[in-house]
Design a protein around this ligand. Structure first.
Ligand code: NAG
Ligand code: NAG
Ligand code: NAG
Ligand code: NAG
Length: 728
């Protein structure tokens, strides 16, 4: 059925195009609509489903032979799809593994008798052995944990945020020498372990609380529903930073010099120096049900059926034992790359990416995305064969390796090609995984917000009830479930945690990152567990035709087509300027005004005035530029010049020195704060400087640091204004 309609459209297109390949001859509007419809039609749910099965046959952590087989499978998919110049890029990076023969455990010990009254198995048993039964699939571990055996007293530290540890301190509970037990959620797990270590803990235990992962009836969990079953465990990495640890700022090409050692990374607190282990809520029950000490603050109680206590320690003198075996290893990783060369501008890139390495089978994170991307590639190439359509700019498809270990594959790639990307990349569009089936959720830099919204309005809704309620497009459900200010969906410039981060923060390439999700903007319950196998996608989230997965593919493809084809890049620089002028600067002034009067902040006040003026000029210039740019039609040389100025305006926001203490975080507006790797706080380095000023007794130095951070943003805004002007 679907095939037939494609052929029809193809025939129509061929007749429209046959006149010649020169793009000026194409009746643009008619053509664009036909191409769009043909592209949407070409993307097939069944293909995504088949791809997913191929990619999730075995557990495939980065650096393993199994993951090399997945890389090869993707290469084959890209080649079969008809992408050109398909190849892999190899890097030699520091990874971490458990001891597959000796699982990590948590035990409860009676020290007087020298016996363990409870010991976790350290391995989750499969529920669907056909999909989950590979050797070692069930191992529970956290990558980059220090190895070690720690016997001691547990303290419950809630989510392990700085605020949580401060509250424990106020309660007079000393974490020094203890084992910090923390639940997942609220912050990145690596930050939790780092906070525990800083508070003096000798080990960390992380658990999934049913309050987050099993909200329904306890009998209604996986495989009956999407809620985490009793033995499910979230894996993940706990290093603080991204990219290969041993080659900061430079690509870890095999044989290349390693400028840092693992010991140095430990001393710098990038690598944790305490053992850490993840457990299920069933194992957490064994500990929490025996805890002594005061009951927790009411907002710290979780969903396990006992009254949570702070500790320290268990009743009756019982001790807790954390036993972690792990090792750091240098391994090869492989990014897979393929192209659809641009017809008019080969050296302008629209880059689409997702990672393929997984903690276990990865059917949601990340291979739902990998499977969709391969289908987007196939559909786009197919269109170039069945019609005379060719993207005007090159579209690059990339599958990243070792994202799960800290965005390593993408970071090394960006470090290797930072100059070329800086000059040639139009945008990077990431989709990590399909983690829910209800609504789109997209984040983007301000200049690309118009694109993410406009495209969402062109993609039919896949949720039947929504369509029946009159919400016919992805946009209609998105704006209803995730409304933000200004009558638009809530779109953040950058939320951390996946592969768009190095593109934006190191190379200044504008990014879009999106996903399909439930309405809550949270993770999904089975996240990083053994149970992420195709059954979840096929039976719990989607229908046999994979219509929901297809929807995401359609959105991705249409964004790519839009950015690759539009003669004038559809970036809205006025939006960037408006955001700066009416939002960031205003918020910054408020933050400074809230501080007590202090002459040590005079310089900062002066810099704010400079920034305010500069942002007014930027706004004026952007409006002028946009009006002018729209008048430039059908003059390729002029358009290319205008487009180049748009691209280079974005690059102005890179500070070549990076944020203090984090030279890879070069974007002055959208770098991720090391204080919380998941959060996307705008102007993080500046707000970190303000926090330091508040906390620091040396007000003179810390006040000057605030002024300096403001001045860096001022220079960036001034640069953007100058870039929009044709003359200096
Ligand atoms: C609480 O949960 C545990 C573990 O699931 C179970 O063994 C126990 O019987 C439950 N206790 C009550 C009072 O429901
Ligand atoms: C989304 O999640 C909420 C809360 O977890 C749940 O009540 C709701 O049914 C979910 N919606 C869909 C469409 O799955
Ligand atoms: C969407 O996912 C929810 C689980 O969150 C599931 O209950 C529902 O059936 C799914 N919808 C479809 C159409 O498969
Ligand atoms: C660009 O954004 C501004 C500010 O949000 C808006 O007023 C304007 O209409 C947008 N321009 C285009 C061409 O959509």
């Amino acid at each position: 059925m679907v095939r037939a309609s494609v052929v029809l459209v193809a025939a129509l297109l061929t007749s429209v195009f046959i006149a010649g390949s020169a793009k000026m001859m194409q009746p643009k509007n008619v053509m664009e609509k036909e191409i769009r419809l043909a592209l949407l039609d070409e993307i097939q749910g069944e293909n995504i489903k088949a791809n997913l099965r191929v990619l999730t046959k075995e557990p495939h952590q980065a650096g393993t032979e199994a993951n090399e087989r997945v890389a090869k499978a993707i290469e084959d998919m890209y080649t079969a799809a008809g992408l050109q110049k398909v190849h892999t890029l190899t890097y030699d990076v520091l990874l971490s593994y458990p001891d597959w023969d000796q699982p990590n455990t948590v035990a409860i010990r009676n020290p007087s008798k020298g016996v363990d009254i409870f010991k976790s198995k350290g391995v989750t048993e499969p529920i669907l052995p056909d999909e989950q039964g590979a050797p070692h699939a069930g191992h529970q571990w956290l990558a980059y944990s220090a190895p070690g055996i720690v016997e001691g007293d547990v303290v419950y530290a809630h989510s392990g945020t700085p605020t949580d540890f401060a509250r424990l301190k106020e309660m007079g509970i000393d974490v020094t020498g203890k084992i910090a037990m923390m639940r997942y959620g609220q912050s990145f797990r690596g930050n939790k372990v780092a906070e525990a270590q800083a508070a003096g803990a000798r080990a960390a235990i992380l658990f999934s609380d049913p309050a987050e992962v099993a909200q329904g009836n306890r009998d209604d969990v996986y495989p009956k529903s999407i809620w985490m079953p009793p033995e499910g465990v979230q894996r993940g990495f706990i290093m603080n930073g991204h990219g290969d640890l041993l080659t900061p700022l430079y690509p870890a090409k095999p044989g290349a010099f390693k400028s840092k050692t693992a010991e140095e990374a430990k001393a710098e607190k990038i690598l944790p120096s305490i053992p850490a282990v993840p457990i299920s809520y069933t194992t957490a029950y064994e500990i929490l049900s025996r805890m002594s000490g005061p009951t927790v603050f009411s907002d710290w109680q979780g969903g396990i059926n006992v009254t949570y206590r702070l500790g320290p320690g268990l009743r009756d003198g019982l001790k807790t034992v954390v036993d972690v075996k792990s090792s750091l290893q240098n391994r090869h990783i492989h990014n897979v790359v393929g192209y659809i060369p641009g017809h008019d501008e080969e050296d302008r890139y629209v880059i689409l990416g997702n990672h393929f390495d997984a903690w276990v089978y990865g059917s949601i994170d990340p291979n739902s995305g990998t499977a969709i991307l391969a289908e987007v590639a196939r559909a786009m190439v197919e269109l170039t064969k069945t019609t005379s359509w060719k993207p005007a700019r090159s579209i690059i498809f990339v599958a990243w390796d070792a994202e799960e270990y800290g965005l390593i594959g993408s970071t090394e790639f960006v470090e290797e090609f930072v100059q070329q990307l800086g000059g040639r990349a139009v945008a990077y569009i990431n989709m990590d995984c399909f983690q829910g089936n209800f609504t789109l959720d997209a984040n983007a830099v301000p200049s690309l917000i118009d694109v993410v919204i406009d495209v969402a309005k062109r993609i039919p809704n896949h949720v039947e009830e929504e369509v029946q309620a009159g919400r016919k497009t992805l946009y209609d459900t998105w704006i209803r479930t995730n409304p933000g200010p200004n009558g638009e969906p809530d779109i953040k410039p950058l939320v951390g945690g996946t592969d768009h981060v190095p593109f934006l923060t190191f190379a200044g390439v504008p990014t879009i990152d999106f996903r399909m999700e439930n309405t809550t903007r949270k993770s999904y319950p089975l996240y990083h567990s053994l149970f992420e196998t195709p059954f979840v996608n096929e039976h719990l989230y989607d229908k046999p035709d994979f219509a929901m997965h297809r929807s995401i593919g359609r959105y991705w493809a249409e964004i790519a087509r839009t950015l690759a084809d539009a003669p004038l890049l559809p970036f809205n620089v006025t939006r960037s300027a408006e955001e700066m002028h009416s939002n960031y600067v205003v918020e910054l002034k408020k933050a400074l005004a809230a501080l007590p009067a202090d002459p040590n902040l005079d310089e900062a006040e002066q810099q704010i005035k400079m920034l305010e003026k500069a942002s007014e000029k930027f706004l004026y210039r952007a409006q002028h530029f946009s009006t002018h740019a729209l008048l430039v039609k059908d003059d390729d040389r002029k358009l290319r010049g205008i487009n180049e100025r748009i691209m280079m305006t974005e690059r102005c926001f890179l500070n070549p020195r990076g944020s203090p203490g984090a030279s890879q975080n070069r974007h002055v507006l959208y770098s991720i704060s090391d204080k919380d790797t998941y959060a996307g706080r705008v102007m993080a380095a500046l707000y970190d400087a303000i926090d330091d000023y508040v906390a620091n007794s040396d007000k003179k130095t810390s006040g000057r640091a605030v002024a300096e951070q403001i001045s860096i943003i001022y220079h960036a805004v001034h640069c953007a204004t100058n870039t929009l002007k044709p003359f200096l």
